[in-house]
Write a protein that binds this ligand. Structure first.
Ligand code: RNT
Ligand code: ZN
Length: 433
């Protein structure tokens, strides 16, 4: 149990099919549930079909506590923090890939994997971030292609000596800025190469830690420099069918409590004027601010949005995603506002206090469940009562919808995809005590 061996998937094979008996029961419950939904004008089989088209990008960094492969013990930095000491952290590409495979075998549907530049593997050769190329990722591309997974990407602007003071693209020193601009350029090419190799556009997301612990005198200077650096980074035209650029803002971080250069307002302006995607991380706003509410406001003006689905507790704590009110509201908004075609879904959390494979499975299944619930809403009915000004009925039906038999639809869908229903997926996931 102390070694990693206990974490490997049983021959990488998916779980056993449920027995005929179980399937008959699941089928019966499913039919009854479908009837109940149909009475409310909801086409449950269609809801499931729509759910099957959703791809979620699993963050590779949950598997190894955001350490990457560049060298043992590098400080994560950038104000990011991983807590917990659960055994079994992946230590290299093989382990990370087999853990991701195990997670994917327990999650219904076909999904994506989100990599960071710090997960390059140049076969032991040290290549600094400004000189990275797709050569460091051929292993990942081959792996993803063989498993029909799309890849997304992120330049890594932290856990590096040139980011040790917390400044990167907006650094006062032009030589440091140059290094990080070159890193960003290299990463865009890598992202475009992922997209071309796998036939699915790679969302390449820029997040930087730059900011101030205490109240700055000069707020304007770093923002001007960040804008120039980003423009230099994005200058090379690359095929939009292969690469989608995104930028991610933040309210505050550890060590950047008073000032974040790349704030929400900064990046909203940047994304609008440069036509990039805007990344909204659910942990990056004031705690009572609703990310769900932002979607329809932003999509009126932006080409698209990248979501970092996360769960902040008191701060940007990156807890494992669960089926919270916030998540349900987000999924509802994506469905009600017909936004799924223009929103990329990625997970962003890193919890080292629980089994890391389970962390992926719980978070991804929670997001998929939230979407299923949203697809199963009696939307016509709700729209009708709202349009008619009957807010009392809207309230009552909204509550009623919460208790509809979505579990029967979910279980049936899992079984159809050959993944365990209920908590059956926990079985092959060993527990450390
Ligand atoms: C940090 C951002 C960023 C990172 C990942 C690892 O606050 O959310 O997205 O979590 O790049
Ligand atoms: Zn994020």
């Amino acid at each position: 149990l102390r070694s990693r061996a206990f974490l490997s998937a049983p021959n990488g094979s998916p779980m056993a099919e449920p027995s005929a008996d179980t399937f008959a029961t699941l089928e019966k419950r499913y039919r009854l549930a479908c009837e109940q939904y149909a009475e409310l004008g909801v086409d449950a089989p269609r809801a499931v079909e729509r759910l099957g088209a959703v791809a979620v990008s699993l963050q590779c960094w949950q598997g190894d506590d955001v350490r990457g492969f560049e060298g043992a013990g590098a400080e994560i930095g950038g104000g990011l923090a991983v807590t917990g000491a659960y055994p079994g952290r992946a230590r290299n590409a093989d382990e990370l890939q087999s853990d991701l495979e195990m997670a994917c075998s327990l999650i219904p549907g076909r999904h994506r994997v989100n990599l960071h530049a710090s997960y390059a593997d140049h076969g032991g050769r040290r290549v600094d971030r400004d000189a990275l190329s797709v050569d460091g990722f051929t292993g990942w591309i081959d792996w993803a292609r063989a498993r029909r997974l799309g890849l997304d990407f992120n330049p890594t602007f932290f856990a590096h000596p040139l980011a040790a003071d917390g400044w990167t693209l907006s650094h006062a020193d032009p030589a440091v800025r140059r290094f990080w601009i070159d890193h960003g350029r290299a990463c865009r090419r890598i992202g475009a190469a992922f997209g071309a190799a796998l036939g699915s556009p790679c969302v390449t997301n820029v997040w930087i830690p730059d900011g101030m612990k205490d109240v700055p005198i000069d707020r304007k200077g770093p923002r001007g420099r960040l804008c120039e650096s980003l423009d230099a980074m994005f200058a090379e035209p690359l095929d939009g069918n292969h690469l989608r650029d995104a930028v991610e803002g933040k309210l505050f971080g550890i060590g950047s409590e008073s000032y974040v250069v790349g704030s929400q307002d900064f990046y909203l302006g940047y994304a609008l004027s440069r036509r990039t995607l805007l990344c909204l991380d659910m942990g990056h706003y004031h705690p009572t601010e609703s990310v769900a509410d932002k979607i329809s406001a932003l999509l009126g003006f932006l080409d698209g949005v990248l979501l970092h689905v996360s769960r902040g507790i008191r701060w940007d704590s990156d807890h494992v995603v669960t089926l919270t009110d916030e998540l349900e509201a987000l999924a509802q908004e994506l469905v009600r506002g017909d936004a799924l075609g223009r929103v990329h879904l990625g997970l962003d959390y890193f919890d080292a206090s629980v089994n890391r494979v389970a962390a992926w499975v719980v978070g991804t299944r929670a997001l998929l469940k939230a979407l299923l619930l949203a697809f199963l809403e009696p939307l016509e009915l709700l729209r009708e009562v709202e349009a008619g000004g009957d807010y009392t009925a809207r309230l009552a039906w909204g509550e009623e919808a919460k208790a509809l038999p979505h579990g029967a639809i979910w279980d049936h869908w899992c079984a159809r995809h050959g993944v365990p229903t209920g908590t059956g997926w926990l079985e092959p996931v060993p527990v450390a005590t």
